[in-house]
Write a protein of this length. Structure first.
Length: 157
């Protein structure tokens, strides 16, 4: 939604706006502690904000895990074979540990919104690109990143 509006602005201004829109996440999430201003700007440009109504399925079991999700508002449920195995809320993170695998995995569960949700998501390739550009931050990020729920199906390697 914002990306269409932002395209008309100079890239530097786009980065400032994206940084402002993602400020709460970038300041409060432990994984981003110690990131330089340049790194935060690069990350902010890559994040997309998603809104999901109750009942909306965000990830289906078997889907390729192309993004890491940061839940900023609302509640979601994680279901395996239609059985709730976890309920996640504000500040929870789900997806997979992107740095541990050369290729994205497949989801071992369905992820469904229980309430109206706001999520920040970053594509796997975009995150890895920023981490590659900022190697001094990369180690810190990967150490501090704590997934609330790892969706990767380990049985399919």
């Amino acid at each position: 939604m914002y990306s269409q509006v932002l395209k008309g602005f100079p890239e530097c201004l786009q980065a400032d706006i994206c940084l402002h829109l993602n400020q709460t996440l970038l300041q409060n999430c432990k994984a981003f502690t110690g990131a330089s201003k340049g790194c935060l700007r690069a990350l902010a440009m890559k994040f997309k904000t998603t809104h999901a109504p109750p009942g909306d399925t965000l990830v289906h079991s078997g889907d390729v895990l192309t993004a890491l999700y940061f839940l900023s508002r609302g509640s979601i449920e994680i279901l395996k074979d239609d059985i709730v195995v976890a309920i996640l809320g504000k500040n929870d993170i789900f997806g997979e540990m992107v740095h541990l695998y050369a290729k994205p995995g497949k989801s071992n569960a369905d992820v469904r919104a229980l309430t109206y949700c706001d999520l920040h998501k970053i594509q796997r390739e975009d995150l890895l690109e920023v981490l590659d550009m900022y190697p001094e931050f990369s180690d810190q990020f990967l150490t501090n990143l704590e997934l609330t729920f790892n969706l990767r199906d380990e049985s399919t390697k």
